[in-house]
Structures are given as C-alpha cells and as structure tokens.
Design a protein around this ligand. Sequence first.
Ligand SMILES: *[C@@H]1O[C@H](CO)[C@@H](O)[C@H](O)[C@H]1NC(C)=O
Ligand SMILES: *[C@@H]1O[C@H](CO)[C@@H](O)[C@H](O)[C@H]1NC(C)=O
Ligand SMILES: *[C@@H]1O[C@H](CO)[C@@H](O)[C@H](O)[C@H]1NC(C)=O
Ligand SMILES: *[C@@H]1O[C@H](CO)[C@@H](O)[C@H](O)[C@H]1NC(C)=O
Ligand SMILES: [Fe+2]
Length: 459
Amino acid sequence: MSSGGRRRLALVAALALVVLAADAGVTSEYRRKLEATVEMPLDADVFRVPPGYNAPQQVHITLGNQEGTAMIVSWVTPSELGSSTVMYGGAPHKLELRAEGTHTRYDYFNYTSGFIHHCTLKNLKHSSKYYYAMGFGHTVRTFWFTTPPKPGPDAPYKFGLIGDLGQTFDSNRTLSHYESNGGDAVLFVGDLSYADNHPLHDNNRWDTWARFVERSVAYQPWIWTAGNHELDFAPELGETTPFKPFSHRYPTPYRAAGSTEPFWYSVKIASAHVIVLASYSAYGKYTPQWTWLQDELKRVDRKTTPWLLVLMHSPWYNSNGYHYMEGETMRVQFEQWLVDAKADLVLAGHVHAYERSHRVSNVAYDIVNGKSTPVRDQGAPVYVTIGDGGNIEGIADNFTRPQPSYSAFREASFGHATLEIKNRTHAYYAWHRNQDGAKVVADGLWLTNRYWMPTDDTN
Ligand SMILES: *[C@@H]1O[C@H](CO)[C@@H](O)[C@H](O)[C@H]1NC(C)=O
Ligand SMILES: *[C@@H]1O[C@H](CO)[C@@H](O)[C@H](O)[C@H]1NC(C)=O
Ligand SMILES: *[C@@H]1O[C@H](CO)[C@@H](O)[C@H](O)[C@H]1NC(C)=O
Ligand SMILES: *[C@@H]1O[C@H](CO)[C@@H](O)[C@H](O)[C@H]1NC(C)=O
Ligand SMILES: [Fe+2]
C-alpha cells in the first residue's frame, strides 16, 4: 500500500473511532490530587471517647425487621458490663418504653473487645421520631432516630450510598459531605474500618471507626454489606473464623428476611426492597445463599415496594484495573435472576473509584456461542460502583482503556452518592465528589422504575 493509502486508511480508522466514541461513556477528566490517603491519628477529635465512667460508645442502629417497625441498637461499654437496657419514647424526657438487650465479647489474637450490647426495639410506629438512651447505672447517653415510612408504592425516601469508607481524613470528608446532603438511611456496600490493614488486624481500629461514624449511624440506620475487609481471616494469628469482629459488632435482621446467615438478607424501606448479597460467602448453585435469593426474589412485591435495589461488595461491571472481573463468578450465577426480576439498581464497592453503567446485560453467553459482550438491555439494572469512600488504600486510578461500552461514567475521585426516591416511577440518583461543595452533582440522572416505567433513562 502507498503511504497515501495508508494515511487515508488511518483517517478512516480515526473517524471510525470518533463515531464509536460518540456512543461510549465518559471517563471524567477530573483528577483528585494523588496524594496518599492519611489515617486520622488516634487522638483525632472524631475518635474521642465520650466522657463519663463506662459511657456507652460506638452507638449504631440498623433496621430490626422487614417492615421498618424494629430497630437494633448496638453500643460498647469499655470498663465493665453495665446495663443492656434501652429506654425509649417520643420525647427526650419521656422514655417510657423499655427493651432488654444482650451482650457479647470476643478475643482477636491478643485483643479483647469491650462489652458489645445489642438491643432490639420492637413495635415501633412508622415515620415516627424516637428518643433512646442507654448506659443506665453509669453514664446515660441519649440519641434519636426516625423510623422509615410504612412500605408503600409512593413513599418517598432518600438513601445515602457509601462504600469502602475507612477512617482517613478523606473518609471524614466523605461522611461530612453525606451529612450535608441529608439522607434518611445509608446503604453501605462493605469495607468498614480497614482494621485489617494494621499490624495484627489491630481491632482497636474497629473501635475507633465505630466512634468516628457514630455521629451519623446513631441517628439513622445504616444497612450493612460484608466486604473483604470484614473477613479478618488470619490463620497466621490463629484467627480462622471469618467475619469474627464484624459479626460480633454489626448485627443484621437476617432471620426476619428468612435468611440463615447475617451476610445475606433483605429489608423493605419505604418504597424500596433492598437485597443484600454476600460476595465472600458461598453463592454457587444449591448453596444457602443461592437458595435464599431464589426464594427472596419471589417475595418481592413491586406493587408495594416498586424499587428493587441490590447491594453487594464486589462489582459485576467494573472497568478499573483494580479488582477487574473479581465479581464475575457471582455475575454468572445471579445476573439472569436480577434481569428477570427487573432490578432497578445494583450497588457495589470494593473498587476505590466511582463508576456507573448503562443498562446492560450479559446473559446470552453459553461458552460456545461467542456472545460474551454485554449488550444494552432496557430491562436490566444500572450498576454503580461506589467504593470511593476514602479509605487508607487510596484511589484506584487505573481504568482500562478504551472505556468499555457498558460503562457510562467513571472517575477516580472520592465521594458518595444519594438516591432520592420520589414515587413509584421516578428516583433521582446523584454522585458527589469530595472536592466539590456537597450540593454539587458530578454525575446525576433521573432513573425510571423498571417495573412501573421502564423507559430509556441512562443515555
Ligand atoms: C471531621 O469532620 C468534622 C465535621 O466536618 C470536623 O468537625 C472534624 O474536625 C473533622 N476531623 C478530622 C480529624 O478531620
Ligand atoms: C499485642 O501484641 C503486640 C505485638 O507483640 C504488642 O505490641 C501489643 O502491645 C499487644 N497488645 C496487647 C493488648 O497485649
Ligand atoms: C492497571 O491495570 C492493568 C489491567 O487492566 C494491569 O495490567 C496493570 O498492572 C495495572 N497497573 C497498575 C499500576 O496497577
Ligand atoms: C413522580 O415524580 C416525578 C419526579 O418528581 C414527577 O415528575 C411525576 O409527576 C411524579 N408522578 C406522579 C404520579 O406523581
Ligand atoms: Fe473491598
């Protein structure tokens, strides 16, 4: 071929690329400074131990049943057992109701936990503010929460979406931004404290983390997903029970959801049915999680809870070099079910960057037919990777190039997102990067419900 011919070919190829690019997603040019993430020091204000002898610390709440009429209250007393009682009621000086909790402790290598209390408040009214107090006999502390509205098709609700938070200065920025944006509950997609990144999995870092996030999670429920940093599996330390610190500290309402393990379960909140899956528990055919999910999807009633949200730690659609394809085996196992169920949104963490997909599915492949490329599918969920909470491991700044066609927007910055459900058909999704003011939306779109209004909403 002549050089002119080669040039013409190059031009045609370049034009073809431009045409292709027009259909592809956005890799945001915005770059956070790639400074190291720095853990907040042990004497940081956010880790302060509350004053008073044996004062309850690390207070956190999560939903206690399927309907939002129970709340599990957890806290730690450091010096002695004290009381596991919670008094609660509609006004701070009228705590007329009483619930008895239980307590637990655990050892991890040479660490011994404080006294970890769990107490479930039952028979709560929907959409009601409750004050609650614990620490009787020593130092009493009082908090409050508002129960979610009764599950119903047009009950509005605003979720915060946070993942891989850790306890660095960036983690604190993420949490502060979320607080300014004001959600009603957090869907947390796993990797809480990163205690396991410290020598001997220093479990004091589980305590500091819980003191750090108390300012939010004592006042609104966070829905927990187990990530790989919750495993704390360390045979070299003689610690061979996976999830030991996490499961002692963070109960979930799994029994109410018909599950047999705390790591996969569901809750109904307002107009959403939220399914939590476990990336680090067995999910192959015939396993307990597989069996449960199959039954659970039959229990989803889109006429009562139009929005079907699924949480997991390891993403199925991720185009970052970090953790690339780690979620693939679970995708192969469950993707068809979520497409058939018309799931609206699948949230994951694990990758320390932000990414949102188009509505795609990749369910046609059968090993020999070659149909292994994800295709646009208006019946399929949007996949969001929100592992950009700001933990000590830093940002995952290594996207694969070119950007795959399933990826709509991706950026290597820390932040959080919110999902504001308005009614059965519309929800506004927004991702906020930490470098902007809290109200600035760096990636936002209206999602329409896959059951009630399956319109083309991601382009
Ligand atoms: C964390 O953020 C809060 C709220 O913005 C602030 O008051 C506090 O000083 C911060 N702490 C650290 C260690 O950055
Ligand atoms: C646990 O062991 C480490 C390493 O030997 C030591 O530095 C630390 O002080 C020990 N902690 C306790 C509570 O004994
Ligand atoms: C970036 O990701 C690619 C895989 O897409 C991998 O081969 C490469 O080693 C990664 N680079 C870094 C610096 O991690
Ligand atoms: C649902 O909410 C959207 C967005 O606020 C609004 O445009 C739409 O009219 C609402 N639908 C109904 C039936 O109220
Ligand atoms: Fe992770």
